[in-house]
Design a protein around this ligand. Structure first.
Ligand SMILES: [Cu+2]
Length: 110
């Protein structure tokens, strides 16, 4: 009886594996501060399929885990760009960038 339950459980695990594929990527951005971090995190968590977002401001790298069936890295880069930040080879959306506070811009008033 117990072994039957174990076999059943194992089969469920195996049958679910192909549908749940995740990918973790790192994207280089032009984020400057914690405000940028919040802005980008908020946006990325709205992207369907994104399961985790990890922003590192000192390195400006965002680590994102997503479901490969629901989204892809290009989509995610576009989402970052739409908030006014460069994402790897995709430049920041100009309108969004112009709307950022000065401290969040690349030359940041420094
Ligand atoms: Cu900022």
């Amino acid at each position: 009886m117990l072994s039957a339950i174990i076999i059943c459980f194992t089969q469920v695990m195996y049958s679910q594996q192909p549908t749940a594929k995740f990918n973790t990527v790192e994207i280089h951005t032009s984020m400057q501060c914690d405000m940028c971090k919040e802005r980008v995190e908020k946006k990325l968590y709205k992207v369907k399929g994104v399961v985790s977002v990890n922003v590192n401001i000192p390195t400006k790298i965002v680590q994102i885990t997503f479901k490969t069936k629901q989204t892809n890295i290009e989509n995610i880069r576009e989402a970052i760009s739409s908030q006014g930040y460069d994402a790897d080879h995709i430049p920041a959306n100009k309108q969004a960038y112009d709307g950022l506070p000065d401290c969040c811009k690349k030359d940041g008033g420094h």
